[in-house]
Design a protein around this ligand. Structure first.
Ligand code: SAM
Length: 234
């Protein structure tokens, strides 16, 4: 693993361990407060399914996939949940049990880049604020292609991906390296998505400018990003 990747992974690991140890899912003022609206809006689209297979890449503690499990717990619903952090999958199992949906959840501790997606195996594949942490641009592109192939006919992909990220030391204003393995321009990100999912029906494609503070090693970072949301049906 090269040095930059190692540093990003370590910094991400620390901040997520702290978040997942100290904040309670759905009972927090942080981003763990509730499932994202883009995913909530997709849930009714599977109302007539008797069997539902979902993949959540970089699932964290289950903020989004547990909402899906809750809705479809009484059909044959199976959600493969992949995260690089053991604590994420441990907490996911705990929250799944508390919500009575453990039977729908398969927790997998693995980097997204190493998780092999079989052809046409999922009805819904989501990646929320996680795909930009795939190790390289090449494996990001090949994973998106694999996601496309892994989606069944009429299935849906749902991505939220940071692009064109810049970070600044909040106290000095000095720019610091952005802690994202894949940090593409917004234009390139959209062009890759449009190319790989060419011929699909795009249900949502937006870019939202966001700025927020995020703790990094010894400093607070002022992070600026264009958040790309992309939802498409095969
Ligand atoms: C910002 S959190 C988002 C979690 C979840 N998708 C959500 O929306 O609540 C990013 C998650 O991706 C995981 N992650 C980061 N890089 C990863 C990788 N290469 N493979 C798998 N998971 C990764 C982190 O451990 C973390 O749980």
């Amino acid at each position: 693993m090269d040095k930059r990747l190692e540093e990003i992974r370590e910094s991400e690991r620390k901040s997520h361990i702290e978040m997942y140890s100290n904040e309670e899912l759905y009972n927090s003022e942080s981003w763990l407060k509730k499932p994202i609206k883009t995913v909530r809006d997709l849930i009714p689209l599977f109302d007539d399914y008797e069997k539902l297979d979902v993949l959540d890449l970089g699932c964290g503690v289950g903020r989004n996939c547990l909402a899906i499990a809750q809705e479809y717990q009484n059909i044959d619903c199976s959600i493969d949940c992949v995260d690089i952090l053991e604590i994420a999958i441990e907490k996911l199992s705990k929250y799944a049990a508390e919500h009575g949906v453990l039977h729908c959840i398969n927790g997998i501790v693995k980097p997204i880049e190493d998780y092999k997606i079989e052809k046409e195996s999922y009805d819904l594949i989501i990646g929320v604020s996680s795909l930009e942490h795939i190790d390289t641009k090449d494996s990001f592109i090949s994973k998106l292609t694999e996601i496309g192939n892994g989606t069944r006919k009429d299935g849906i992909v749902c991505f939220v991906i940071n692009s064109q990220v810049k970070e600044f030391d909040k106290s000095s204003g000095v720019e610091i390296p952005a802690q994202f393995e894949v940090n593409l321009s917004t234009e390139e990100m959209q062009s890759i998505l449009n190319k790989i999912f060419d011929g699909w029906t795009v249900l949502k494609s937006t870019v939202q400018r966001q700025q927020y503070d995020i703790p990094r090693e010894n400093i607070i970072s002022d992070l600026r990003t264009n958040v790309v949301t992309f939802v498409a049906r095969k």
